[in-house]
Design a protein around this ligand. Structure first.
Ligand code: FDA
Length: 447
């Protein structure tokens, strides 16, 4: 990281990353490898609001596996010889041969988390944890935005480029708020210990996707005396299509194809291939759940209860220790009232909206007719000509770059593309030198 300059000014970073999940971690590694190889140094800092590295910790269910091949790790698709690969991680942990014998492309999620933590630890000098970014503001010189000041908890970093990778936000059904008895699946593991020793009688899970099925299976196993009610709008859990031809929708080449396609073809592709990712479940897990349900039917001990073609229509908490979920069958219109210990909404996520952080810069960002950022192929938001500094998005680009935008499939390749773009724009002089901020940088900034 660049030090304070001799003239008492603070450095201008080539890039400041907002968020340090897998997307910006992959970028940090690309920067690290570039600098280590002796390229023109790239000064980068990443700001993460969590106190330590963490990737969907609330869903690190012990036996849950990844939905992506380990070869689509943080680096391999960019640089198969990288020492940051999942295979190098395995070798360091002494499990390489055991993983090979396992004959699976899909590591445990908990294991992949350990891999991500291991990689994050190796580029720890580029990251500041406990640093929530609260604002990104323009540095204007003669009418030109030459840089951004990125503000987090009293500190401000100046950057020629910001890379926003704030991830996904949990979505609850309309009108429903999280509480002690109503959880989003994101918080499953952090909340579930609160049920220890309470011997819950009934738990309700809403949703039809992978998380919903995982939560259902987890609660059913963890609380062997509880009835677990799965509420889903589908007729039953549907399998994720991970067959080889369909899987190509996640390839780097598919990003090119999707980017160039007309809006009609884009929406057709998303429609055809949504079953590779949305509201679908791994076949193994579907079979596990079905086997359990059937076994209970045979034994006459039914406690895994499916309320299919149904939707949640009301949630009340008449007392602090129960939640009442009213579920309507979409076939008959009949209402079923479920008094439960906990209602878990595995109702998905939405990408973080980049505009609130950007303040006045948001007005200089081009948007499409639905208000979404217009994003160039290099993941840079298209801005007014007077904005010479770059705003890049990692995630939230499904409308422009396709279905892999919020997934891990293209993380390594995308990091390389963003780094190449930052270099290219610097080399071609499309980013004039911004002024260095004084030290301490915060003293010069008023909001
Ligand atoms: P991610 O959400 O991981 O990270 C964003 C980071 O930004 C967070 O650490 C957050 O704290 C931080 N942040 C946000 N706002 C900030 C601010 N203002 N200031 C500072 N920091 C800020 N995909 C896949 O391809 N295969 C898989 O197997 C899975 N499995 C999976 C399981 C579960 C339970 C979920 C919920 C999701 C998946 N996914 C997935 C999809 C998932 O989106 C993907 O794996 C990555 O998390 C995307 O990485 P990002 O870094 O983009 O976001």
């Amino acid at each position: 990281m660049p030090q304070t300059l001799r003239d008492g000014t603070a450095p201008v970073h080539d890039l400041v990353g907002v968020g340090f999940g897998p997307s910006n971690l992959a970028l940090a590694i690309a920067v690290h490898e570039h600098n280590a190889a002796g390229g023109p140094p790239v000064h980068a800092v990443f700001l993460e609001r969590q106190p330590v590295f963490g990737w969907h910790r609330g869903m690190l269910i012990e036996d849950a596996t990844m939905q992506v091949s380990f070869l689509k790790d943080l680096v391999t698709m960019r640089n198969p010889a990288s020492s940051f690969s999942f295979l190098c991680y395995l070798q360091e942990r002494g499990r390489l041969i055991d993983f090979v014998n396992h004959k699976s492309l899909f590591p445990l999620r908990i294991e992949f988390h350990d891999y991500l933590e291991w990689a994050a630890g190796r580029v720890g000098d580029l990251v500041r944890y406990g640093a929530e970014v609260t604002a990104v503001r323009p540095v204007v010189v003669d009418g030109i935005v030459t840089a951004f000041d990125v503000r987090s908890h009293g500190e401000t970093l100046r950057a020629r480029n910001v890379v926003l990778a704030g991830g996904l936000r949990p979505v609850l059904p309309p009108g429903i708020a999280a509480s002690r008895r109503v959880w989003h699946s994101r918080d499953l593991l952090s909340n579930v210990d609160g049920l220890a020793g309470t011997d819950p009688a009934r738990l309700v899970v809403v949703g039809a996707g992978q998380s919903a099925a995982e939560v259902t299976a987890f609660l059913h196993e963890r609380f062997p005396r509880a009835e677990v009610c799965a509420v889903l709008s589908r007729y039953g859990y549907s399998p994720a299509d991970d067959s080889p031809f369909a899987n190509r929708i996640f390839d780097p080449l598919a990003v090119d194809d999707y980017f160039k396609a007309s809006p009609q073809v884009k929406s057709m592709l998303l429609g055809y291939h949504s079953n590779t990712n949305y509201s679908v479940v791994d076949t193994d897990l579907i079979e596990t759940l079905y086997r359990r349900a059937y076994r209970e039917q045979v034994l006459g001990t039914r406690r895994l209860r499916m309320l299919n073609v149904s939707r949640l229509v009301a949630v009340d908490e008449p007392t602090g220790d129960r939640v009442r979920a009213t579920v309507q069958s979409m076939l008959t219109g009949e209402h079923t009232v479920l008094d439960a210990d906990v209602l878990v909404c595995a109702t998905g996520y939405a990408p973080a909206d980049p505009f609130p952080l950007l303040g006045s810069v948001a007005a200089d960002c081009h948007r499409d007719e639905l208000g979404r950022a217009v994003v160039e192929r290099d993941y840079r938001i298209r801005t007014e000509p007077a904005v010479h500094a770059g705003i890049y998005l990692q995630g939230g680009t499904e409308h422009s770059h396709g279905i892999s935008s919020s997934l891990l499939s293209n993380t390594a390749t995308r990091a390389a593309e963003i780094l190449a773009s930052v270099h290219h724009r610097r080399r071609t002089g499309s980013v004039p030198a911004p002024p260095a901020p004084p030290v301490p940088a915060t003293a010069a900034v008023s909001w």
